[in-house]
Write a protein that binds this ligand. Sequence first.
Ligand code: FAD
Length: 466
Amino acid sequence: MTLEATLRGIVGSPYVMRGGNLPAYEIDWRKRYRGQARVVVRPASTAETAAVVRACAEAGAPIVVQGGNTGLVGGSVPDGSGRQVLLHLGRLNRVRSIDAANLTMTVEAGCLLQAVQEAAAAKDLLFPLSLAAEGSCTIGGNLATNAGGTQVLRYGNARELCLGLEVVTSTGEVWDGLAGLRKDNTGYDLRDLFIGSEGTLGIITAATLRLYPQPTTVTTALASVEWLDSAVDFLGLAQARLGAGLTGFEVMNRFSLDLVRQHFPQLQQPLPGSPWTVLLEQSASDDAEQAAQRFEDLLALAFERGLVSDAAVAASIEQSRNMWHLRESIPLAQSLEGLNIKHDISVPISRIPAFVRNTDELLERAVPGVRLVDFGHLGDGNLHYNVQAPVDMPADRFLAERESEVNRIVYDAVMAHGGSISAEHGIGALKREELAQRKSPVALGMMRAIKQALDPQGLLNPGRLL
Ligand code: FAD
């Protein structure tokens, strides 16, 4: 029997499609990676997933795992060989249970992030992972990439929000590690090994997630800032004044908001343009008036110290949503402007202003007229430092001719400032070479040994990460 026939027997014929003309599965979100799957297979349960993996392992067929296909590093689409089986997990989409007393929920990997948030909210609980792709990305993909998003400052990355996993191994066995314990010192932490492994070590089929009480008051504001150094000082002040109540602190440069203005003119921008705009949010559970006063006091102090020159506080949930919408529209506005060279980097927060100053200068010298879309999670030391072609240069020519030089300038600067070449998007196919050059040989050696131990045939997401 052919592999395709075996897979049809496992999941049912409607859920196996021959590859070749399936753009939703074979082209990545940024349209930088286009491949061809041998077949796309869509199991509906952990048992079916395990059976699919066993069949592929027996046939020696490589597997590429896909959730919502919103990843930004080319990790979720097959290569052009036509040999890779694309394992799509969208049908594993049940919320298995919510344990309010334990503050946990157990969900299947293909659940959309937004559906997870909504299921928690329906029980008056909060699942705080939040990112612009939440309507299309899956919790399995979030965990496989250790996604960050806009509330890491308070609640941590996907890793910190996960208490347990269920994983199908490369040989098709099932590891049930869903217990949801906050304490479990029984040897190596297998859960943390799979989180952030980008589908190269095993397939996440379900997860037990950490929940929080819903805050009673959320206050959102935009603030104009002249210098990035002032934004860092403002962050310090906000942390001191709001403590754990500070749940978001994002920064956007003028050009990123200009792009939003140009491509989404219907979105209201409450502040006139300034070199930098901060989006900050307080989530509180105490008295609403006290929380509002605390927030106002913070802004007053920031004005008094000359850190902020203008501010707009959202007066309604709708205004708050609009502020976040501005921030979250930047990636889309950028892609409407044309392909750019993305860098999802982190450096210590204190070094971000110097990093941006130095790197902006080096890039402008190397590519006169280059346009820089700088925005991101300042509170986590994570910038999306994206480089757009000069106005008079077609984007594809810019990428073809200048990408490696631009990457060298940016990543050299990242390393010089003690940072990381991937803060939250992962490595995928895009940064594999870069990782091989820039990660310590000792770390790479241990990573290869782990890969060899857990996937000796090298069948899971080959060509990604390592
Ligand atoms: P996919 O894209 O399908 O896959 C991503 C990787 O995970 C691939 O290597 C894939 O093989 C692997 N994978 C997927 N599911 C599984 C599984 N169940 N088991 C094992 N491996 C699996 N990221 C952030 O961290 N923070 C942000 O703020 C952020 N904002 C974004 C905004 C936009 C508009 C977009 C398009 C993306 C953004 N991202 C952000 C990128 C982010 O990585 C993804 O949105 C998300 O985490 C990936 O989920 P997914 O289900 O789409 O995974």
